[in-house]
Design a protein around this ligand. Structure first.
Ligand code: SF4
Length: 324
């Protein structure tokens, strides 16, 4: 097939748009969509100046999504004095998995003028995910522990770096899966949180105000299908670690992923339409939750992180793991 833009040999066909694109036009199309997302989500505050730049912390795992995100942000903003980028990599202590992905992160950032911090659960919490998965004192899936520890590190380091935003590599498939899971589980609170936790499609919303204890999140790849992220990484020959974590335990997400792939194949554009509708729903639901009384936050007695109880979930889990 030929590229619909220039007639060169096509490297991909996007069924949802009907377009065949050559390498040059495909790469350009991904870059354009990411820049448009950054613009539409108003990621750059219009009060930002070179004298008072914003710091964006990128969650860099070494997987294709975060590697592509880092590459695209670096290409776009390395010369922009309004934005300072920092890459943050978390080492969970998973043998045969995380060392290789940290290597990919180091290889990527080596050629970039970009601060890159690698933080480990071993140093932060004196534990490793392999032993947590084995002892499992709370009878939970490994990802349930890991998610709490990861969020804690991301929040604390974002604060330490003076981050104005925390950017992650979630792609369109990730977002559509999460949206569908929340709808199928009837989880209205999560739908509202989806909106509150991210820089929205509604930049007028006062997310991340100075009273907000959490750094606003952004997902600039959320319009790009997973396969296109993988193709972008491949064509640009980026160092990517492709293996899956041996503790990955989200079986339900796997089912939703299969379901969505089938729907997308029979009805191209399904993921885009799910997200368009979901964001409308999230807007309405988030407004509803705005009027509800939210539990007050206080400082954790152990670590000082914001929490609704006396001791935050991370400190509870660390104590329970060390006592096991
Ligand atoms: Fe952690 Fe689960 Fe991700 Fe593995 S798959 S790194 S255990 S959250």
């Amino acid at each position: 097939m030929d590229c619909d833009k220039c007639g060169a040999s096509a490297v991909m066909h996007a069924a949802y748009s009907g377009l065949h694109l050559c390498e040059r036009h495909f790469l350009r199309s991904v870059e354009k969509r990411v820049k448009r997302r950054i613009r539409e989500d108003a990621l750059i505050d219009n009060r930002t100046t070179p004298d008072d730049p914003e710091t964006w912390v990128i969650g860099l795992s070494g997987g294709k999504d975060s590697v592509v995100l880092t590459e695209l942000l670096y290409d776009t903003f390395a010369e922009d004095p309004r934005i300072e980028l920092v890459a943050l990599t978390i080492h969970e202590g998973i043998e045969g998995y995380r060392d290789a992905s940290v290597d990919a992160c180091v290889e990527l950032t080596d050629g970039m003028e970009l601060p890159h911090e690698v933080v480990s659960y071993a140093d932060e919490f004196d534990l490793e995910m392999d032993s947590v998965a084995e002892s499992d004192p709370e009878n939970m899936a490994p990802c349930a522990y890991c998610g709490v520890f990861r969020r804690d590190i991301l929040s604390r380091y974002a604060e330490q770096f003076g981050a104005d935003k925390l950017l992650t590599g979630h792609n369109l498939d990730d977002e559509a899966q999460t949206a569908l899971m929340n709808v199928l589980e009837g989880d209205i609170k999560q739908i509202a949180k989806h909106f509150d936790a991210s820089l929205g499609p509604f930049p007028d919303r006062p997310t991340g105000s100075t009273d907000e204890p959490f750094v606003p999140r952004a997902k600039p790849l959320r319009d790009i299908p997973e396969k296109e992220v993988a193709l972008y990484a491949h064509l640009k020959e980026l160092p990517v670690h492709m293996a899956e974590c041996p503790h990955a335990s989200e079986a339900y997400r796997g089912e939703i992923q299969e379901l969505l792939l089938g729907l997308e194949s029979n009805h191209p554009g399904t993921r885009h339409s799910i997200m368009a509708g979901y964001e409308e729903i999230a807007h309405v639901v988030a407004d509803q939750y705005d009027t509800d009384e939210q539990p007050a936050l206080q400082d954790c007695e152990r670590c000082g992180s914001p929490t609704t109880g006396d001791i935050c979930r991370k400190c509870q889990l660390v104590e329970s793991i060390h006592a096991a």
